[in-house]
Design a protein around this ligand. Structure first.
Ligand code: GLN
Length: 265
């Protein structure tokens, strides 16, 4: 009888083990919780959809990275300007926010290998035919998102009256009511805004102004996260998942640039 009982226990124990092993995915108990900050006002990289879900290229990418690394990815919403301080205080483990790798930020946080090549562009009202490029922005009112590379570039334009907005969608809105003359922002985001917005009264003028690379930022004291992201990006690049995610959001294959292989800066 006793023997039978212990045999039963053994069977139960074995069953529990099988069940536990079967529970893969985000909630498995062995998954490492990784808190990732973002600023979801920057479609198609990160935004919140009508169901309140985080969506975008960055969101799919960080989830794919999380899957490779067996992470339980928890996404947290921050103002863009609050992301670097949140990394510095280690309130978050990483940040993915279409964030350009630049020297000033590199003094405060570490970046992974680049995962997207971008650049700034100028948007004006369709009816504006005096602004055709950056040289026409001298002395103009330029809307930017606070704390971005666009905000920095706008301040280098002689006599420019730079207006900071907490998100770039508010800047496009102000362009619509003519309280500013132009918006200086990342090209893919402005292009996405124009293609998605109902009123087609905004246009992009001139060339893409520069080349910037987005990286995932991590606290300086968390090199293990940086390494895990870099190796996961390598995996996703090799197994084609990076290209798949890219195609889904940009309707084209990633051309020459793949994560970790920046073209010249
Ligand atoms: N790429 C720009 C920057 O890093 C803008 C990023 C953003 O607004 N999310 O400053």
């Amino acid at each position: 009888m006793k023997k039978l009982f212990s045999l039963g226990l053994l069977v139960l124990f074995a069953m529990a083990l099988v069940v536990a092993a079967g529970c893969g995915g985000e909630d498995s108990s062995d998954a490492k919780k990784v808190v990732v900050g973002t600023n979801p006002t920057f479609a198609p990289f990160e935004s919140v959809d009508e169901n309140g879900e985080y969506v975008g290229f960055d969101i799919d990418l960080i989830r794919a990275i999380g899957e490779v690394n067996n992470w339980n990815v928890v996404i947290k919403d921050y103002p863009f300007k609050g992301l670097v301080p949140a990394l510095e205080s280690s309130s978050i483990d990483a940040c993915i926010a279409a964030m350009t790798i630049d020297e000033e930020r590199e003094n405060k946080v570490d970046f992974t290998v680049p995962y997207y090549q971008s650049g700034l562009c100028i948007a004006v009202l369709e009816s504006n035919d005096s602004v055709k490029g950056i040289e026409d922005l001298e002395g103009k009112r330029i809307g930017v998102q606070l704390g971005t590379t666009g905000a920095k570039a706008a301040r280098e334009i002689p006599g420019a009256d730079v207006v900071d907005y907490k998100d770039v969608n508010s800047a496009y809105m102000s362009l619509g009511n003519e309280s500013i003359d132009a918006v200086l922002n990342d090209y893919p985001v402005t292009a996405n805004y124009i293609s998605k917005s109902k009123d087609d009264d905004v246009k992009i003028v001139g060339e893409i102004l520069n080349s910037e690379f987005y990286g995932i930022a991590v606290p300086k004291d968390k090199p293990e996260i940086q390494e895990e992201v870099n190796s996961a990006l390598e995996t996703l690049k090799e197994n084609g998942e990076y290209a798949e995610i890219y195609k889904e959001w940009f309707a084209e294959a990633p051309a020459e640039f793949l994560p970790g292989e920046p073209a010249e800066k």
